[in-house]
Design a protein around this ligand. Structure first.
Ligand SMILES: NC(=O)c1ccc[n+]([C@@H]2O[C@H](COP(=O)([O-])OP(=O)(O)OC[C@H]3O[C@@H](n4cnc5c(N)ncnc54)[C@H](O)[C@@H]3O)[C@@H](O)[C@H]2O)c1
Length: 248
């Protein structure tokens, strides 16, 4: 659907789910995708399935590891045109049950991990005079959670929205754009427990004006638009891809 001919795009969390569909779209658009994920087995299977792809193991919860892997990628490839941050984890504990460790881990992987990949590539994009960053957030970051992810998750994703706007504001002068996509209930392993509970599933579907959950490819399409030249003047947009839950 979007043209990525000759481009190399990094996608975190691309072993499966929304990230995998995004990676697929880049290859289908003629680009090379670099899959970054903590899951080596699934990551390599996805790499082999997609063809024009590479795989690097990364732990988004470990800043030092992120900087090391990003530096390796920038030295291995002649050019990198975009960074798409999809990797993340859910946190489902009710507020009264959130431990300090749960809070810290959720913020570290979802928010600090996103900050660190952006920070690691930013000087390269400045030197290159441009680059497109897309962060995958969540409706939870706008409405205080409530579908599956709770306070720690919602806070991490609200942070991603703030980070996205800040990078858009500061990076614009270097030709760097930064946008975010906020999905709602999407059919991936992250939401398996919700899909398999008929009562909760019906409750959540009832909140979605389109009356169904999304397939991962439907989220990937919006991510790919933001990552492509078709969105050349779009910067700092927090785009809802949620079947109509957030009407702002
Ligand atoms: N599925 C939904 O309903 C939904 C809704 C809103 C937002 N999101 C967001 O979309 C993104 C993708 O979620 P998904 O539904 O495809 O989930 P998923 O669990 O299918 O995929 C997440 C990927 O991130 C990787 N990952 C997890 N922790 C990591 C770490 N520490 N380091 C590196 N990689 C790591 C996993 O291995 C996996 O490949 C997430 O950021 C999630 O918060 C999902």
């Amino acid at each position: 659907m979007f043209d990525f001919t000759g481009k190399t795009i990094l996608v975190t969390g691309a072993a499966q789910g929304i990230g995998k569909e995004t990676a697929k779209g880049i290859v289908q658009g003629g680009g090379h995708v670099v899959i970054l994920d903590i899951n080596e087995t699934i990551g390599n299977t996805t790499k082999n399935e997609l063809g024009n792809a590479s795989f690097y193991k990364i732990d988004l919860g470990d800043c030092q590891n992120i900087r090391k892997v990003m530096a390796q990628i920038l030295s291995d490839f002649d050019r990198v045109d975009g960074l798409i941050n999809v990797g993340g984890i859910i946190s489902k504990a009710q507020f009264e049950d959130i431990s300090d460790a749960e809070w810290e881990r959720t913020l570290r992987i979802n928010l600090t991990g996103t900050f660190t990949t952006c920070s690691a590539i930013y000087p390269y994009f400045i030197e290159k005079k441009g680059g497109r960053i897309v962060n995958v957030s969540s409706v939870a970051g706008k409405i205080g959670g409530g579908l599956l992810g709770t306070a720690a998750y919602a806070s991490s994703k609200a942070g991603v929205n703030g980070l996205t706007k800040a990078i858009a504001k500061e990076g614009g002068k270097y030709g760097i754009s930064c946008n975010a996509v906020c999905p709602s209930f999407t059919n991936t392993s992250m939401t398996k427990s919700l899909s398999e509970d008929p009562e909760k599933n019906a409750k959540v579907i009832g909140m979605i004006p389109l009356g169904r959950r999304a397939e991962p490819v439907e989220i990937a399409q919006m991510i790919l638009f933001f990552a492509s030249d078709a969105a050349s003047f779009v910067n700092g947009e927090i785009g809802d891809c949620d079947g109509g839950i957030v009407l702002d």
